[in-house]
Ligand binder design. Structure first.
Ligand code: SAM
Length: 327
């Protein structure tokens, strides 16, 4: 449970106005709601597992908030570009002089956010707790130009701040792309990001449809701009809970971070989901950093596992004969 904000509110170090809507930008799914006026809170969040967790707790969650708010709370993200993009949006929503509170862990870079903010705006008292910080500032009349990040283009593709491999094609995905030649029928890209692998899947005329399953809304929006083939289907969903298929093939470069922590369990859950979503004769094609421990999960979920390539720090693995009951 993340409760630094609640403690800063109850201690009067940061304050919310007594009325008006309050916008929370990308809070963790387990945020403590103590001290928050839940009936006037709107959450802006694009990461589906957190969206599901926050909605289950009765909060109103939207991928992109519109309109004006009395105050905003920005939760620092691991990617600094994303934190500042959120800060720019928070300022736009509250208007000049409106309250913006920032909460974040050291591991999410809150110290460097504070340092950079201090160069542009006066910052109030800083509350340090639980390896993180919480503080507030008044939104300036003009937000520094370099806070908001315009969608960038990597090799002709659109990407967004904070999405995986926002600056260009991931070398692991590029390696996997060299093994997509024989794909046909209905294919699914689990954790599709901004669409690089799906675009390569669709290079084959034998592919009937390609389903992009991605938890991060901004990444999927980029993918919509990047992959315009009529055979494509987009799903803003948590791949580990996704219902669909059965698919003739699944391609994936699984995530190795759950929320804010490195977590190989998430990649293992992708392997289990792939076995569940494939047809009995279907095939999984996966790429991962060679040190990531997915072998046991692959062997538990599939009858046949083959390393197709081991190069440049990555392994490309093919798996057949999904064991749906095990998955
Ligand atoms: C290693 S990246 C690969 C992205 C893309 N396929 C590529 O090759 O560039 C993993 C992707 O999985 C997404 N992701 C993380 N957790 C997820 C989940 N539970 N369900 C679906 N997608 C998830 C991340 O947002 C990220 O875009």
């Amino acid at each position: 449970m993340t409760d630094r904000l609640s403690l800063a509110l109850s201690g009067g170090i940061v304050r919310l106005p007594p009325e008006g809507r309050v916008l929370l930008l990308r809070p963790p799914g387990d945020l403590s709601l103590d001290g928050l006026p839940v009936d006037r809170v709107v959450v802006e969040h694009g990461f589906r597992p957190d969206v599901d967790a926050l909605e289950a707790r009765g909060l109103t969650v939207v991928p992109r908030a519109e309109g004006s708010f009395a105050a905003a709370v920005v939760f620092a993200a691991r990617a600094k570009a994303l934190s500042f993009d959120l800060l720019a949006r928070a300022c736009a929503r509250v208007g000049a002089g409106g309250t913006v509170i920032v909460d974040g862990a050291k591991t999410d870079g809150v110290d460097s956010v504070l340092k950079r903010l201090r160069g542009s705006v006066p910052v109030g008292e800083v509350y340090s707790k639980a390896h993180g910080k919480c503080f507030a500032f008044e939104a300036p009349a003009t937000v520094p130009e370099d806070w908001a990040t315009a969608p960038s283009v990597a090799g002709g593709f659109r990407t967004a701040p904070g999405v995986f491999s926002a600056d260009g094609v991931d070398p692991g995905s590029a390696l996997l792309a060299g093994h997509l030649g024989g794909l046909s029928g209905s294919v699914c890209d689990l954790g599709a990001g901004w669409g690089y692998l799906s675009a390569r899947v669709l290079d084959s005329d034998a592919v009937r449809e390609c389903h992009l399953v991605e938890a991060e809304h901004a990444a999927l929006e980029s993918a919509r701009a990047n992959v315009t083939d009529p055979r494509v289907r987009f799903h803003w969903a948590d791949a580990t809970r996704f219902e669909g298929g059965p698919f003739d093939a699944i391609v994936t470069n699984p995530p190795f971070h759950a929320a804010r922590k490195a977590d190989p369990d998430l990649g293992r859950a992708f392997v289990a989901a792939a076995a569940r979503l494939l047809s009995p004769r279907g095939r999984l094609l996966l790429v991962a950093n060679r040190h990531l421990p997915y072998e046991a999960a692959l062997n538990a979920a599939f009858g046949e596992v083959t390393v197709l390539e081991d190069a440049r720090g990555y392994k490309v693995i093919a798996a057949r004969r999904p064991n749906r009951r095990q998955a």
